[in-house]
Write a protein that binds this ligand. Structure first.
Ligand SMILES: Nc1ncnc2c1ncn2[C@@H]1O[C@H](COP(=O)(O)OP(=O)(O)OP(=O)(O)O)[C@@H](O)[C@H]1O
Ligand SMILES: [Mg+2]
Length: 277
């Protein structure tokens, strides 16, 4: 019996960058092999500069690997697509458009050969704005919103395009601590925490915050740097749905400590290097 391929499969992936003027090469990541199942929530942590964003951009198809293979549902990833929604730390909203127009951006065409009618488009916009709790702010402009609200808009826009894979690069990194905790719980709900696994989206989430990684993830991938490699993958065996009380669970504390131990020395070295530069 043929088994279903994982949602995402990275095999021996490497990426080097070439400086345009000198031709000097930087090997950003090397030998990255990782399978991510459909419905899984995977967090990637590691010291600054270890190649987390590089890996995410390769999965998004925004950049090409220089070695190895990347597949989604058994098919090679050759470029970006609406099946993979990307979200970054900066909100990337259009300041001259209100919330509804920002969320509707990209919905003008619908799926190829099957454009949305204006009414379908409108319904979709409203549905996703409601999902992120922003119905009251439909007509507001980004400068009228808090950072947390702007990230909700960015999330609604990403979801409106109907991706089955969410690629999130420190999406909560610029927010204050309280907003961040609230959005972590909301993100799990939106990802599909209370749904059966086959109805959940697949999420790859980058963060510097180890507690955030453990709170969200089914597995935490710890990377090491120069070049970026997978150092260790830790399963997070904590029940779902999760709420704040999970942070008091002994297993939660142990995992945070284990991950911190794995990256502490490298993180310290990175700080020293920066201070010396
Ligand atoms: N476009 C580029 N051109 C040249 N070098 C790059 C480029 N993008 C990334 N790099 C280099 O590749 C390495 C990995 O960078 P990347 O941004 O993926 O790290 P990161 O883990 O996301 O870092 P941070 O935690 O600070 O966001 C770094 O050494 C970086 O300088
Ligand atoms: Mg990064």
């Amino acid at each position: 019996m043929a088994s279903t391929p994982p949602k995402l499969r990275l095999r021996d992936v490497s990426k080097h960058f070439v400086a345009p003027r000198t031709g000097a090469r930087t090997l950003a990541v090397a030998n990255i092999s990782l399978d991510i199942d459909s419905g899984e929530f995977v967090c990637i942590v590691g010291p600054s500069g270890c190649g987390k964003s590089t890996v995410l951009n390769l999965i998004a198809g925004l950049d090409n690997a220089t070695g190895g293979t990347l597949e989604k549902d058994g098919q090679p990833i050759t470029g970006p697509g609406p099946d993979r929604g990307v979200m970054f730390q900066d909100y990337a909203l259009m300041p001259w458009q209100n919330v509804a127009d920002n969320v509707g951006f990209g919905l003008r065409h619908g799926t190829p050969g099957k454009p949305f009618t204006p009414q379908q488009r409108e319904e979709r916009i409203h549905h996703f704005i409601e999902l992120v709790g922003l119905s009251a702010a439909l007509k507001k402009y980004p400068h009228q919103l808090s950072g947390g609200m702007r990230q909700r808009v960015a999330l609604a826009r990403l979801l409106a395009n109907g991706p089955d894979v969410l690629l999130l690069d420190e999406p909560l990194g610029a927010l204050d601590a309280q907003t961040r905790l609230i959005l972590q719980v909301e993100l799990l709900r939106i990802w599909g925490e209370t749904l059966p696994r086959e109805q959940r989206k697949t999420a790859v989430f980058i963060t510097h915050d180890i507690e955030e990684a453990v709170f969200l993830a089914d597995r935490v991938v710890v990377m090491s740097s120069h070049p970026g490699r997978v150092r260790e993958i830790l399963p997070v065996d904590l029940p779902r749905p999760r709420d704040e009380s999970i942070r008091g669970d002994l297993r939660f504390g142990h995992l945070v400590e284990a991950i911190w131990r794995l990256i502490r020395d490298e993180a310290r070295r990175a700080i020293d290097d920066r201070a010396a530069a």
